[in-house]
Ligand binder design. Structure first.
Ligand code: ZN
Ligand code: CA
Ligand code: ZN
Length: 592
C-alpha cells in the first residue's frame, strides 16, 4: 500500500482531504439497489496514466468520471482489488458531497432539481428510486442520459442522495422546467472519461510569468453547412469572449498537432478518438481538458458533430456551443448555476456570466495589462453567508447583506439575476449589495470567488409584487370592452377557510416568449410559464383585452395558446392558489 500523501480533491461542496487510508470507506454504511457493486473515489500517486483505464476494465471496474487531482470515480465489484495500480487512497462520495451548495441555499425558488446518476446506473432503476422518495419526475426529452428532472421537498431530495447510485443533485434551469428546448454538454473529456459535475475547481494550463496563457488554434476541418468564413468568425467571436475577460490570448496556428493548440474539427460518427459522434441530436460537441491531465497533442482540442444543423443565431447555434466548449479547453468545469455559460446545458445566445468571468480570471488573471499577484498562501475554506431576504416585496430593489470568510487571496462577490442583470457587492468581510427587482419572481445568486478559483454561493428568490392599487377592485382589467366571465374562480369568490390562513400568493413567470412586447403575424400565440406556490397552484388563466379568456394547461409548468386579433392584444395571466391569492403578469402582443 502506498504511503504517499494524498492531494486535496476539490469538490463543489468542500475541499476533500482523505487520509491515505484505503479502508476508511468501509466505516460508512451503504444504501444501494445493485448488490455486489458500488461506487468509489480512487486517487493515484501522480497523473492518471493512460493504461490505467484498461487495467481497471480487466478487474471488472468501470470508470464513471474524473476529479482533479488525479482522482477517478469508479463502479467496482465488492471484491475488487487495486493492488499494483499506484492508488493512494480509496473512499466514497459522502452524502454531503452529493448536494450542490446552491440547492441547500435555495429559499422558496423553483424546487426543481437535476439528479445526476453515475453513468453505469440503469435509468429505469433511477426512476424507480426517485418515485420511492415522494419526488415528482418531470419528463423532458432534452435531458442528458444520466440526468433526471425532479421536483419536491429538500428533505426527500436529501434522503435520495444517500443512495449509492446518486452522484450529484443541483438546481434545474428554468428552461428545463418550462420545456424550452435546450441541449446538454457531455462534459470536458479527460482521457477516457469526463470531468464529474461534483468537481469544484477549474484546472488551468500551467502558466509562468505575467504574460498569461497563449493558446494556438487551427481550423483543420470546418462544416460545409455554413460559409467557412462565417464558421471561423463565429468560433473566433466565442474565443474572444474569453480572451476579453481574462489574461488569455488565442493565436492562429498552422500545425494542429502543436503543443497548446486547439485543433477545431468538424467530424461525423467515428473520428479517431474514443468518443464517436452520434448523428443528428444528442451530443453536439466535445472538448478535451488541458494538459496534463490530458496528453498532448489532443489536450484542448474541440470537436463538433457535423451531423448537426449548424446555424448562426438560431438552433443549433455555433457561437453558443463554441463559447461553452472553449471554456472546457481553458480548463473550466461545469457549474451548478443555471445563469452560467458553463452550466451543463448550453445557454443559447448568452454571453459570459459574472460567475464564468470570475472563474476564468481566477485561473489566468484579469487582463493582459495587469500582472497577476504571486501565489497566495494556503487558507481556510471559503464561506459565504447571506441574510435571508424577504420572500415578497413591493419595492423595486432589495438590500442583500452577509459575510465572507476564508479563501485564498482577494475575494470577489457578485450578484446575478436570472433575468441577466448582475453587479458587484461591496465590502469584505461584511458585504452589501442592492439588487434591482423585476415584477414577478427574481432568483438571485450571490457568488464569492477567491483568487484560487474556489467559489461559494447563496441563492434566494424574491417575488416583487405590484403595490396595492388605490382602486378597490383588483385584479387590473386592461380590457376596455366588457370581459366575458372568467372560466376560472375569480378572486371575489370566497375561498374555503384554511387554518392557518394562507396569505402568500403564487409566483408567476412567463418563460416563453421572453419579451414583454411581442410583434407577430400569427393568428395565435403560445405562451409557456411556471407558477409556484407555497401550498399549491390551483389554476392559471388568461384574458385578452380583445375580449377572449381561457385556462392555461398545467399549473407548475403551464402553456396557453391564445387567439390574437389585429392590432394590440394586452394579455393578462393570473395564477391562483386554493386560498384565492393570485399573481398576475401582462404581455403586449401586436399582431401585424
Ligand atoms: Zn460542457
Ligand atoms: Ca450529435
Ligand atoms: Zn472527438
Amino acid at each position: 500500500m502506498a504511503t504517499l500523501a494524498a492531494e486535496t480533491v476539490h469538490l463543489k461542496t468542500r475541499d476533500f482531504d482523505p487520509r491515505p487510508d484505503r479502508t476508511e470507506y468501509l466505516a460508512s454504511p451503504l444504501k444501494r439497489r445493485t448488490e455486489g457493486r458500488s461506487h468509489y473515489l480512487i486517487q493515484f500517486d501522480g497523473a492518471v496514466r493512460p493504461e490505467i483505464f484498461s487495467q481497471l476494465r480487466d478487474r471488472g471496474i468501470t470508470v464513471t468520471g474524473y476529479l482533479p487531482q488525479s482522482t477517478l470515480m469508479i463502479a467496482a465489484p465488492d471484491d475488487f482489488s487495486l493492488d499494483g495500480l499506484h492508488v493512494v487512497w480509496v473512499s466514497r462520495l459522502e452524502h454531503r458531497d452529493k448536494i450542490s451548495p446552491l440547492v441547500s441555499s435555495i429559499a422558496g425558488s423553483l424546487h426543481a432539481y437535476i439528479v445526476e446518476f453515475h453513468s453505469d446506473v440503469d435509468m429505469n432503476e433511477a426512476r424507480a428510486l426517485v418515485r420511492e422518495h415522494s419526488l415528482r419526475l418531470i419528463e423532458n426529452r432534452n435531458l442528458a442520459p444520466h440526468h433526471l428532472l425532479v421536483a419536491g421537498a429538500l428533505g426527500d431530495l436529501s434522503r435520495l442522495a444517500s443512495w449509492d447510485e446518486v452522484a450529484y443533485i443541483f438546481p434545474a434551469s428554468p428552461e428545463l422546467v418550462s420545456h424550452t428546448p435546450v441541449r446538454a454538454c457531455s462534459g470536458a473529456i479527460v482521457q477516457e472519461t469526463a470531468v464529474a459535475q461534483n468537481a469544484g475547481s477549474a484546472y488551468s494550463w500551467p502558466v509562468t510569468g505575467s504574460s498569461g496563457l497563449v493558446l494556438g488554434y487551427v481550423f483543420s476541418q470546418v462544416t460545409e453547412k455554413l460559409p467557412a468564413a462565417a464558421v471561423k468568425s463565429e468560433i473566433l467571436r466565442a474565443l474572444n469572449q474569453w480572451s476579453g475577460a481574462a489574461n488569455v490570448q488565442f493565436v492562429s496556428g498552422t500545425d494542429a498537432r502543436a503543443l497548446r493548440t486547439i485543433n477545431i474539427l468538424f467530424a461525423r460518427g467515428a473520428h479517431g478518438d474514443l468518443f464517436p459522434f452520434d448523428g443528428p441530436g444528442g451530443v453536439l460537441a466535445h472538448t478535451f481538458y488541458p494538459a496534463p491531465p490530458n496528453p498532448e497533442p489532443i489536450a484542448g482540442d474541440m470537436h463538433l458533430d457535423d451531423d448537426e444543423r449548424w446555424q448562426i443565431g438560431a438552433d443549433t447555434d455555433l457561437y453558443t456551443v463554441a463559447l461553452h466548449e472553449a471554456g472546457h479547453a481553458l480548463g473550466l468545469v461545469h457549474t451548478d448555476n443555471p445563469n452560467d455559460v458553463m452550466y451543463p446545458y448550453y445557454r443559447f445566445g448568452k454571453h459570459l456570466s459574472s460567475g464564468d468571468i470570475a472563474i476564468v480570471q481566477s485561473l489566468y488573471g484579469a487582463s493582459a495589462t495587469t500582472s497577476s499577484p504571486s501565489t497566495p498562501p494556503p487558507s481556510l475554506p471559503l464561506v459565504l453567508t447571506m441574510q435571508t431576504p424577504p420572500s415578497t416585496t413591493t419595492a423595486a430593489s432589495v438590500p442583500f447583506s452577509g459575510t465572507v470568510s476564508g479563501g485564498a487571496g482577494p475575494v470577489q462577490i457578485t450578484w446575478q439575476l436570472t433575468s441577466g442583470a448582475s453587479g458587484k457587492a461591496a465590502g469584505s468581510p461584511s458585504w452589501t449589495a442592492t439588487v434591482p427587482l423585476v415584477l414577478g419572481t427574481n432568483v438571485i445568486t450571490i457568488t464569492a470567488i477567491d483568487s484560487a478559483g474556489h467559489t461559494a454561493s447563496q441563492m434566494a428568490s424574491v417575488v416583487r409584487q405590484q403595490p396595492p392599487a388605490p382602486a378597490p377592485a383588483p385584479p387590473p382589467t386592461p380590457a376596455p370592452s366588457p370581459n366575458p366571465p372568467p372560466s376560472n374562480p375569480a378572486p371575489s369568490n370566497p375561498p374555503p377557510p384554511a387554518s392557518p390562513k394562507d396569505t402568500t400568493p403564487p409566483s408567476l413567470v412567463i418563460t416563453y416568449p421572453a419579451a414583454s412586447v411581442i410583434a407577430t403575424a400569427a393568428s395565435t400565440i403560445t405562451f409557456q410559464g411556471m407558477a409556484i406556490d407555497n401550498v399549491g397552484v390551483t389554476s392559471v388563466s388568461w384574458s385578452n383585452s380583445t375580449g377572449t379568456a381561457g385556462a392555461a394547461t398545467g399549473t407548475v409548468t403551464w402553456t396557453a395558446s391564445i387567439p390574437l386579433s389585429s392590432g394590440t392584444n394586452t394579455i393578462v395571466f393570473r395564477a391562483f392558489d386554493a386560498a384565492g391569492n393570485f399573481t398576475w403578469r401582462s404581455v403586449t402582443v401586436v399582431q401585424q
